[in-house]
Design a protein around this ligand. Structure first.
Ligand code: FE2
Length: 266
């Protein structure tokens, strides 16, 4: 199911959509587990075991119900060859950093606006130094409920991960000066300020121009639905976290998702 064509697309666009990633039985079981806890993102119970050590811990705690759920999600990853796909993407052994699954109730509260997850913050320079730009994450996002614009869907600006990578590389190698670029407006300004460097490094003016053109909306504090990913329950998206993206609030119906995060580094 996770074909090599998808690998190429992920590398180029930074995001791919996989229809019917889970069959109805897998979907039903995953939904049952997540619904049973109904915990929000970040809650302790939203995290599932990623390795043997954590599974043994569940045994020692005699928490067999949770153990079987952990094994279910781990087996799903194996069955769907998520780990193999991730290894192929990073072109080396990659590492499962977390599995989480959570529930979002209907809400009109804003979620994170357009941003990039891998942005440097600036303070690292005085501490451990900037993270190597080649150490990054890809996320497998499996939807357990339908999502549409303004109701829990994810939006992603294709190709923006390429700019994100060059920015990190440039700062890391001291070739461009650090400035904040976490939010889209900052990211866009940063790109415009370092235009020549980015185009030279990208070796592709089109990617740069397209990004500037397509993100014009943010300058007038507007938004767009152009990059929204409407998905059915059981569908998945896989994306490079270095690209610019945002989540939307669930204004109509509850939302449940399952996520696997893989990294190039332990
Ligand atoms: Fe994010």
């Amino acid at each position: 199911m996770l074909s090599d064509n998808l690998l190429l697309d992920l590398e180029q666009k930074g995001i791919v959509h996989v229809k019917n990633f889970f069959d109805s039985n897998e979907l039903e079981k995953a939904r049952k587990i997540v619904k049973n806890y109904s915990v929000k993102k970040g809650h302790d119970l939203s995290y599932f075991s990623t390795n043997l050590k954590l599974l043994i811990y569940k045994v020692l705690k005699l928490n067999f119900k949770r153990l079987s759920e952990d094994i279910f999600f781990l087996r799903l990853a194996k069955k769907k060859k998520i780990d193999k796909f991730s290894d192929k993407h990073f072109k080396k052994k990659s590492f499962l950093k977390f599995i989480d699954a959570y529930y979002s109730e209907v809400s009109d509260q804003d979620v994170l606006p357009w941003h990039t997850d891998q942005a440097y913050e600036g303070v690292e320079k005085n501490e451990k130094g900037f993270v190597n730009p080649d150490n990054y994450h890809i996320k497998f996002f499996i939807y357990l409920t339908d999502v549409v614009p303004e109701n829990g869907c994810m939006s992603y600006i294709p190709y923006s991960h390429k700019l994100g990578y060059i920015i990190r590389k440039g700062i890391y190698n001291n070739e461009i000066k650090f400035d904040k670029y976490f939010l889209l407006k900052e990211f866009r300004n940063f790109c415009k300020k370092n235009k020549d460097y980015l185009i030279k490094q990208l070796n592709d003016k089109k990617v740069f121009d397209k990004f500037i053109e397509e993100t014009e909306f943010i300058e007038s504090n507007k938004d767009t639905k152009k990059f929204d990913y409407s998905l059915r329950a059981g569908d998945a998206i896989i994306f490079n976290e270095g690209g610019v993206h945002k989540g939307s609030k669930s204004t109509i119906s509850e939302r449940m998702v399952l996520r696997y995060l893989y990294s190039s580094k332990t």
